[in-house]
Design a protein around this ligand. Sequence first.
Ligand code: EPU
Length: 338
Amino acid sequence: MLGLMEFNYDFSLKKYNTFGIEERCDGFIQVNSEESLLEAIKHNPFNRVFVLGQGSNILLTQKISGLCIHIGMKGISLVSETDEEVIVEAMAGENWHQLVVWSLEQGYGGLENLALIPGNVGTAPIQNIGAYGVELKDIFVSCTALDLNSLTTKTFDVTEVGFGYRNSIFKTKAKGKYIITRVRFRLTKRNHRLHTQYGAIKNALAAKEPNPKNIAEAVIGIRKSKLPDPKELGNSGSFFKNPVIKKTHFEKLQTDYPELPFYVQENGDYKIPAGWLIEFMGFKGYRINDAGVHSKQALVLVNHGSASGKEILALANEIQNKVFETFHIQLETEVNIL
Ligand code: EPU
């Protein structure tokens, strides 16, 4: 097995992060099976491992020390089936959108609102990806992961993953300890639970009877109109999380800014769209050298060509400072800064 393993030394990650940032790593290997993942870890010539999916939620600001393992295992299979639903298992290296497309071709419901999210299956649970009223946790059954300490596999069910808004234990107490290799989803064959409450989806559907396929088409249309395609303009989707503030803070802000949009949370807190705050501060379409704010969605930072990670980070800090000065809201990054 080891004989087949090719470690690449001092390797450029430019093609492996959707921001298109030029940074290098000490070592790089692509693994296409769970067996070769284990071999790579056992024979790692460095003392550190860094796991890379499709690089769609990272900002590289320096050289990555250690071995960068690019997860490439593929495969989608049916685990079980009833008249109502199916349990589907996908390998970590499957492209997320390809899984969505496959599920729609089979006539399954559940993934349609999550169409066109960049990234792969294995990284989706880490930040509980979400869009247009649906989060991964809504259809997640379990994931299998390699424990980097014991080198054994462990299965986490939905109660063990600690999902929150763009959060899970893989970002907190289990951070860096596991590599997700497979994920199971519960999808519907009929009586689909459709989510069409998001305004732009309603508009796109107009008089059409909603079904998983036309919801996915609507989502694809909305995303294409607002979010830049990383192949054309480097980016990592939303750069910041939408902040959640207390009612007293919100009421104070609302007096000064009556047009401030908000979503009331179950616990009475207020979630504020960060894109609005950033646009209000005049940053939409702003640019310093090649680091910029997208002209159609202020929550998305972009690389117009040869920005460095440090330049994007400096722009992010400038935005955070300006938003804080005006609204006393500290924007947290959604993208992992490395
Ligand atoms: N807005 C502005 N100006 C902007 C952008 C947004 O005023 O430039 C305001 C508007 O009031 C708009 C509201 O923000 O109605 C919400 O904007 P949008 O629907 O584009 O969604 P978002 O809150 O900016 C979140 C997710 C996206 C997800 C969309 C749709 C986060 C951090 N982002 O963005 O997820 O696609 O909702 O569900 O929660 C991602 O995580 O990478 C991502 C793209």
